[in-house]
Design a protein around this ligand. Structure first.
Ligand SMILES: [Zn+2]
Length: 249
């Protein structure tokens, strides 16, 4: 059986459409909230900082070990040079060849000590740089975490406002649709689902306000002559066409 509805009910369908359009707009507004992408960007940034921080901390502890090793290398060379020097000072070595060998070793050790001290200094510098990198990254981590918390709060506040408004509209929609025939609502909802959220449109100045295509004169005549409770459909988009005093029929 064809769906029928009184002119008032058809007019109410346009009000329902108005509410549904608002709901759709709110849904898009929610999905398009700038804070969503801002929060995502900050989460990615924070993840990157945390990874770099782990790497920087690992580098710092590796360099610390290297530094201790370099210190111990220097100490060993210094200790050996001292031992040699003590032997020399004590006159423990008298044979010319042995003496020469010992002096040569002392000279070699002094050179080696200088080289190792250079290495130690370089590692100390690297260690300080790595420590600074950890400090900088920790500061970045704190700053980004705070910013993320602010953006998340702003996003949730925006969501709460939108959800509050949506819930109020959903309530109005429930009240309005409860006064309309079930088969009319079912038809309207089905068309709405298939046609970008618009199930019912006003005829205005000879065109469908759903697809904005001009309705030909013959079809206008047909609609004009329909029984008041008959449901008109757009020839082009199949949406429910609502005729009111504004339609100019
Ligand atoms: Zn249409």
């Amino acid at each position: 059986m064809a769906v029928t509805a009184s002119p008032d009910q058809q007019q109410a369908l346009l009000d329902l459409q108005g509410l549904d359009t608002k709901l759709l707009q709110l849904k898009h507004k929610r999905a398009g909230s700038p804070e969503i992408s801002q929060a995502q960007d900050l989460e990615v940034e924070l993840g990157s900082i945390k990874m770099r921080l782990v790497a920087a901390k690992t580098e710092t502890s590796d360099l610390k070990l290297n530094q201790l090793k370099a210190e111990s290398d220097v100490e060993q060379v210094v200790a050996r040079a001292k031992r040699d020097q003590d032997r020399l000072d004590a006159g423990a070595v008298s044979a010319a060849k042995e003496l020469e060998s010992l002096q040569h070793e002392i000279a070699t050790l002094a050179k080696r000590q200088a080289e190792l001290e250079d290495i130690e200094l370089e590692i100390m510098q690297q260690y300080e740089d790595a420590q600074q990198a950890v400090i900088d990254l920790e500061a970045d981590e704190i700053a980004i975490t705070e910013k993320l918390a602010q953006v998340t709060q702003a996003r949730d506040d925006a969501f709460a406002d939108i959800d509050f408004e949506s819930n109020s509209i959903i309530q109005q929609r429930t009240e309005l649709s409860s006064g309309l025939p079930g088969d009319l609502i079912a038809l309207y909802d089905k068309i709405r689902a298939d046609h970008d959220g618009i199930g019912a449109a006003l005829i205005h100045r000879g065109s469908c306000q759903g697809c904005h295509i001009t309705i030909d004169a013959q079809e206008i005549d047909h609609i004009r002559n329909l029984a008041p409770d008959a449901i008109a459909r757009c020839d082009q988009c199949r949406r429910i066409l609502v005729r009111t005093s504004e339609s100019g029929l």
